[in-house]
Each structure stands twice: as structure tokens, then as C-alpha cells.
Design a protein around this ligand. Sequence first.
Ligand SMILES: Nc1ncnc2c1ncn2[C@@H]1O[C@H](COP(=O)(O)OP(=O)(O)OP(=O)(O)O)[C@@H](O)[C@H]1O
Length: 292
Amino acid sequence: MKLTLENVTRTYKGRIAVDDITCELTPGVYGLIGPNGAGKTTLMRMLADVLKPSRGGIAVNGEDIRRLDDRYRDLIGYLPQDCGFYSYFTACRFLQYMASLKGLNKREADIRIDELLQSVHLQEQKHHKIGKLSGGMKRRLGIAQALLNNPKILILDEPTAGLDPKERVRFRNLLSDISGERIVLLSTHIISDIEYIAKEVLLLRNGRLVKKEAPETILQELSGKVWHVTAPASELPVLAGRYIIGNLQRRGQEIEARVIAEQTPPGLASLQPPRLEDIYLYYFGDSPESEA
Ligand SMILES: Nc1ncnc2c1ncn2[C@@H]1O[C@H](COP(=O)(O)OP(=O)(O)OP(=O)(O)O)[C@@H](O)[C@H]1O
């Protein structure tokens, strides 16, 4: 299966939100990263066919998704950023309702719902009202909903927002298990969500796709540029003025910092193996959220 984006562009009242994206996605996990307002949600909504591109098109195996229509919807699972649940439904009733919208018959839906509630660790909440679930539980219910029709293309907009570290690990494992022959595109602000599972990382800035590479390839770019620096605290303004500074800790009169620099920075500097978090810093000049 191949999902092709050709010159995909979306404007809102003349302002560009997604800018001329052309790329190809094949089975595997893709991590979509970018600062707030970069266009991630807009891009995902177009891929989920709930928003029309202003220009350009999206095709599956060469056929435009607009022409595929319902056949495309059968192929996709989508977790929106904001799920808009019916709070008076129970978790089970909600999934039954979504399953009927997706055309599953009652028998196959009931089996699938039990499997999925187990996968997202919500069996105990099966008959709880959604309004009474925690934010993380609702997110997990949203993930289950996206998987109901066993989709070949899975689009997940910040699936791990609000999940605690244990659930985040479970989610990563679930994704590794199910990714197989599917195209999975997930957006996140938490780099560790995709560090070990992404086949490729897509970096989005101001609506433009600035990078689409395997994590190892992106990391190579930073090889020899990431440093651990210990320096007098008084040097900090100079360091911050000249280099990109990541994690920073004060230790009495000294600072310890992760620094991205082409040449050896001043102070006591030792080279470090680059991590994906450094990439975020390098491209967006800011630290990503760290795992809660
Ligand atoms: N419905 C809308 N009407 C007008 N402008 C919009 C609309 N939706 C998004 N935008 C604008 O489009 C741009 C991209 O927004 P989008 O929500 O796609 O970014 P994002 O990368 O998902 O951000 P975040 O990380 O904050 O979720 C932003 O400038 C945003 O203000």
C-alpha cells in the first residue's frame, strides 16, 4: 500500500497552514513532529478526509481518496486531537456506536471491542460512563475507536497526550505490535514516543515538510555537534548567544548544559551521541516536551 501526497496545501482565509507537501508513505510508523501551529493537525485532517486540501491531492495506490470516498474511509482509522465523546455513553456503548458507523456487524463488533478494550487496558471501565473517565482513559478509548475497523492506514493526532509514563510505554508496544502492514502516522510533542518505533520522522515547520528521513539518518546529521559542557555560570549569556542550548542545570557557581555547536564550545566540553530530542532543538530552536 502506498499513500501519496502531491502538492498538498491548505489555507484558512488566505493564510497558509499546510504548504505544498509532496511525499510518499508506505507501511510502517511515521512520527510527525513540529512546534504548535506547524500544521500537523491540518495535515492529519486532510489525510483522514475530514478536510479538503485547498490545492493538491492525496492518493492510495494511485487512486485519489476523493474518488475512493467510502472505500477510503473503510481503510482508515483516525484519532482526532479532540475526540468529542458523548459523555453519557459508556465506553462499550460508544465503541458499539462507532463500530456500527464503520459498518461492523454486532457479533464481530462485540469480539473486537473486547479485544481492543484489553489492548488499551480499559476492560475494567467497559461499562463506565465516558464523562467519569480520566483524560488518559478517554485518550485510550479514542485509540481503541481508531482501531475498530482494523484500518490499513492509521492517523493518530497526539495519541499519547495525557497518558502516564506506564500507559505511554504500553501504547508504544501496542503500536509496534500492530504496525506490520499498516501505514501509521502519529503526531506528538514527546520525542520518546517515536524514538524507537518510527521508520521515518517528518519534521513540519510553518506548514512545510522540512525533513522526512529515518531517525538514524537524521541523527547522523548531528554527529560531532552535541556537547556536554561544564562552565562558570557567568559564561551562560555567551554560550546562549552563540549556541543552541538544551537541558541546563545550575550547580553552585557552575552550569552544566547540553549544547549544539559546530565547533568545540568553551568550558569543559565533551562530545555526546546525538538523540532525537537534539534534532527538535536543532530544527526548531526549542526543547520538546519531555516524557511526564
Ligand atoms: N479552523 C481553522 N481556522 C483558521 N485557522 C486555523 C484553523 N485550524 C488551524 N488554523 C491555523 O493553521 C495553522 C496550523 O494549525 P494546526 O492546528 O494544523 O497546527 P498543529 O501543528 O497541529 O499545532 P498544535 O501542535 O498546537 O496542535 C495555525 O496557524 C492555526 O492557527
